[in-house]
Each structure stands twice: as structure tokens, then as C-alpha cells.
Design a protein around this ligand. Sequence first.
Ligand code: RFL
Ligand code: PHB
Length: 391
Amino acid sequence: MRTTVGIIGAGPAGLLLARLLHNAGIESVVLESRDRAYVEHRQRAGILEQGTVDVLRAAGAGERMDREGLRHDGIELRFQGRRHRVDFPGLTGGSSVMVYAQTEVCKDLIALQLKEGGPLLFEAEALEVEGVEGDRPRIRFTYEGREDVLECDYVVGCDGFWGVARNAVPADLSRVFERTYPFGWLGILADVPPSHDELVYARHDRGFALLSMRSPTVSRLYLQVPEGTDAEAWGDEEIWDELERRFETEDGWQLRRGPITAKSVTPMRSYVHEPMRHGRLFLAGDAAHIVPPTGAKGLNLAVGDVVTFARALVRLRDTGSAELLDTYSATCLRRVWQAERFSYDMTTMLHRAPEATPFEDRLQLARLERVVGSRAAETDLADGYTGFPLD
Ligand code: RFL
Ligand code: PHB
């Protein structure tokens, strides 16, 4: 098999890239190791930045998002029983975010790709990327029980944190910057209308909690739990009791309970692999970087990377200039590091580390007081949350 761009992975990064290339008249093949149902139902992100919404619309993939997505103009910060709303459009000059689940983004992009785009092979597992320093990189993969080779002009590794593409960058050229956190998130889906009409980020002495949603009838909630926690160790009523404690306010706000339909634990990690390009291999999305979910940035970063790659390839085709391809890694990494900083700040401001000292607890509260008391600090948070611009 032969194509222009070989894409490994059909998460948001790989699927959107295939769509952008199709719209530009550039051929691609997507290889995805899992089956379609798995990719369409894996519970993950929920928040799309304004820039991501604009990209999906321009790609012709925004129709259902515009019908079913929920525009949010703010979030609530909650600590010491107090509530503070951060007004995004008022602080940023008009930006907002969209609540539309990653599962739905993937379903929409898969349907478009299968209808209009190039090949998208499920249960096709990339084994290795070869020859990235030459003109004809290849992906060795298995499909329907056989080993095969996809010859490409370019390979884009959109295969997430556990993928194989990154291995094709020689160890002596790779630099990894990493931090793991001594806690994770226990996430639940519940068939109950959200208890608040915007997301609530709560800092509590017992740990962080987040109220989010999937639709007007489905809530998504998270609890900070110790690293390595088994989701099944938490009973449903125990989860609701703990959420209630952490969201408690002085004004008697009420949490609605309902049947829990899914439960899982996510570890928390910050990770950046530099460079994001080696020869004709380009890394995009979680294959190159991970952020803790507190800033809601992971999917949005993946979108930024593939937009940058697609633009660069179109520039090469239209003008003969490889300049944007050559600067791909540096361009993406500028935005990646701003998102890493923002996600780290949000995480450390809102979570209680197991070994936190009373001094650190006070500092954390002072950081929150600063955000709610200073328009400059609040604007900085709103700017970061609604998204850093694509260059
Ligand atoms: P993905 O989604 O992991 O997709 C990679 C795909 O590659 C496939 N694959 C392979 N295919 C072929 N051959 C191989 N050898 C392969 N190895 C792997 C995998 O099966 C998979 O389908 O990466 P991508 O596309 O870069 O997308 C990144 C996002 O998924 C991720 O950053 C976000 O989900 C992070 N995230 C959030 N991001 C946001 O922007 N906003 C949020 O509100 C948000 N909340 C979250 C999140 C992530 C979470 N978890 C579970 C980590 C909340 C949570 C709880
Ligand atoms: C989600 O709805 O899954 C979600 C929302 C905001 C975050 C993380 C996850 O910061």
C-alpha cells in the first residue's frame, strides 16, 4: 500500500488530520489498532476551546456540535465554602468554550472519513515506523492477521502516549520532560441532570472535585483520589457522599444524585517529548505531550498540532517551500509549553498533595484569593482556559 501521509491512530488528532488533508486534496491512510466501537466510546475530554470549535466548523465537521454542544461562558471556582464565577467573554473580549464530548467529536469525524475520505482501517496495528530519515518512510503494521507495509511521503504519529511512532526518534536526539502527580482522578458518568449549569472546579482540604457534564441529562464528575486507586474500591453512595462534602457551600448549594453508569481512574501526568519531528516523522497530540486534565487542554493541543502540520504540507505543495514543515516542532512546542504551564498551575492550585504542608495549603488559598480578587489574575486564567492562539 502507498499513500502521501500515513497516519497512525484514529483519536481526535489522527481523525482530524485525515479530514484536513482530505479537504486540501491530499491523500492519507489512517491505521487504528482498536475497533470502531472502542474508539467511539472511550470516555475522555469534554471541553473544546473556541479555536477548536472554529477548526471543526471550517473542516465541515461542526454540524452536530453546533446542534448538540453546549456553549459555556464561564466556570465556577469553589473553595472554603465560597463560590466565584469566572466570566470568560467579559474577561477575554468575547471568548467562550464548548461542552461537546471527545466521543462525539470522534464519531462525527469517523462518519465523515468513512463517507468521503481515504482509507481508515480499524484493528490495524502499527508495529514500527522505518526509514524516517529518507524520502520514503514506511509503517509496518498488522491487519486481518497479516503483516503489511504502508509506504508514505510523510508519517504522522497520532498514536497517543502508548504508541510506537515516538520510538523512531533516535534516543540520542530525544529529550523528555516529565512529572507525575501523587494523585489521580476517579471519574464517573451519571444519569442525572448537572447540578450546576457551568463547570465547577472545587478545592477542598479533602482534595479536588470537578463537576462537568455531557448533556442536559448526563453529569460527568471527578474526585481527586490517591495514585493507584482502584475505581471499583469506591461504592456509588460513597462517591456521592464524598462529592457532596467537597462541593459544599455556605449558601446551601445542592448536589443531585443519580445512577452511576461508568467509573474509572485516570493517572495525572505532565510530559513533553522534544523534538516533535524527526526527518519525515511528525508527532502530534498525546504521542508528543500529555497534560493533567485540570486545564482541559489535551484534545485542544492535539487539534493545534494537526492544523499546524496540514498547513505546512499545503504550503509545501502550493509554493515549494518547506519552511513551515521545518519549523513544525518549534511552532507546536511554543503552544504546548504554554498549555503545560497552565495545566500545571491549575492542577497545583486546586489539588491537595498528600504531603502538603500547612504553609503550602495557605499559599494555595492565597493563589485562589488572588484569582478571585485581581482582575489581572482572573483574566490570565480565563485567557488560558479559553485557549492559546495558533500561530
Ligand atoms: P488518543 O485519543 O490517545 O488517540 C490515539 C489513538 O492511537 C491508537 N493507537 C494505535 N493505532 C495503531 N497502531 C498503534 N501501534 C497504536 N497505538 C495507539 C489508539 O488506539 C488511539 O485510538 O490521542 P490523540 O488523538 O492525540 O488525542 C488526545 C486526547 O485524547 C487527549 O489529550 C484528551 O482526551 C485529554 N483530555 C482532555 N482534553 C481536553 O482538551 N479537554 C478535556 O476536557 C479533557 N479531559 C482528557 C480529559 C483526558 C482524560 N483521560 C482519560 C486521560 C479527561 C480525562 C479523564
Ligand atoms: C470533562 O468533562 O471530562 C472534563 C471537563 C473539564 C476538565 C477535564 C475534564 O478540566
